[in-house]
Design a protein around this ligand. Structure first.
Ligand code: NDP
Length: 339
């Protein structure tokens, strides 16, 4: 990835981008449900200005689909495990289709008993978490979502990759407003960001990672060959460990280290589990939950602070008015790869 190649310079209709993305995936043999599901997520990311997880991910899906275990025909179905828990096996396809299908069952259970858990297993994961967790909030529920990746991140005090970049996303529903949503990796910076700095010949801050000898470095190539560091020292390290355990052993799926072993040099997106939790503020918190939460959000704007998600929602409005911004170089590359 290179900054020049993803800097948007043209605007397209959402329907045109959906058609191009779907055509690309179908032309490489992906079945219709997976192609539509992945296209929805990637185009949503592009629309909201989450460019690191937008259309620039599309060429890389070819590496993922080339993994010997990747299943282009996966057609997952949710399975009820208990009153609160749903499990869905992504069948070694892209995890977003399984997550989308599982969320419907998760929402149903949570609306009945106030709490729900969705374990998505055996999915190749290459997307941002917010597009799907937003759906939980749109159903009036609070959502939490997390997954391991590959063992690229050293624990605080260590020097070797053990934990994943382990993203965490949270969503809270709001009346007549888009939900409060944050979504970020628990590493100091995402791996994509470090690779972008390397490709652009730029240095990185010295707290993003260490070289192969375990020394802090500002050279992004050395960090990619060494180990990344968690955000927030021991605190980020502990949260990344929580994600590693909750979305790994707890749901019977791979840790970041096992996911990396599974890759066997294919350079595919990490294959692992994903955990989504949902809570009903109406059932658990009662009548005041929403107003009390709004008072917290108002406290941000009162002092000029912005909420996570505000930038994306602004981008979404601009995209609806003017079309979705994309790099023409990236579009050319994608079109050249359609078979
Ligand atoms: P960032 O460090 O850029 O943080 C993004 C989050 O923080 C967003 O919710 C953003 O809101 C919010 N935010 C940023 N700046 C501010 C601010 N000044 N005030 C308030 N909120 C702010 O994210 P990362 O680079 O760590 O991760 C980017 C994406 O990568 C995520 O979507 C994540 O899911 C994805 N990812 C996926 C992985 C996977 O396994 N599939 C692995 C790692 C990352 P806003 O968007 O409105 O700016």
């Amino acid at each position: 990835m290179n900054r020049k190649k993803i800097e948007p310079d043209v605007r397209l209709l959402e329907s045109d981008l959906m058609a191009l993305t779907t055509d690309f995936l179908l032309s490489h043999g992906l079945n219709v449900p997976q192609a539509h599901s992945l296209a929805r997520i990637l185009v949503a990311a592009q629309r909201d200005g989450s460019w690191s997880h937008g259309l620039q991910r599309l060429p890389g899906t070819l590496d993922t689909m080339s993994h010997p275990r990747f299943n282009k025909q996966a057609d997952p179905a949710p399975e009820s495990v208990s009153a609160a828990a749903v499990r869905i096996d992504a069948q070694y396809g892209f995890s977003c289709l399984a997550a989308e299908r599982g969320i419907e069952a998760l929402v149903e259970k949570t609306k009945q008993i106030g709490i729900g858990l969705l374990a998505v297993k055996n999915g190749f994961h290459s997307t941002a978490l917010w597009p799907l967790i937003e759906r939980i909030a749109e159903a009036g529920l609070v959502g939490l979502s997390m997954n391991p990746t590959h063992a690229w991140v050293a624990p605080a005090g260590g020097t070797k990759g053990l934990l994943g970049t382990n993203p965490l996303a949270f969503a809270w529903p709001r009346k007549d407003k888009p939900p409060y949503v944050f979504d970020f990796a628990t590493s100091a910076a995402s791996r994509a960001d470090i690779a972008m700095h390397r490709n652009c010949g730029e240095e990185i801050p010295d707290n993003w990672g260490v070289n192969a000898q375990g020394e802090r470095t500002t050279d992004p190539a050395e960090v990619l060959a060494g180990a990344m560091l968690p955000f927030g020292g021991h605190k980020g390290s502990a949260i990344a460990t929580l994600i590693e355990l909750m979305a790994g052993p707890l749901i019977g799926d791979r840790t970041s280290r096992l996911s990396q072993d599974f890759d066997q040099g294919a350079n595919a997106a990490p294959c692992h589990g994903e955990l989504l939790l949902a809570f009903s503020p109406d059932i658990i918190g009662g009548a005041d939950a929403s107003d009390d939460a709004e008072a917290v959000f108002a406290g941000f704007s009162d002092q000029g602070a912005r909420l996570p998600g505000d930038r994306r929602y602004r981008m979404r409005e601009v995209s609806a008015r003017e079309g979705i911004a994309v790099s023409s170089a990236l579009l050319d590359r994608i079109r050249s790869l359609v078979r």
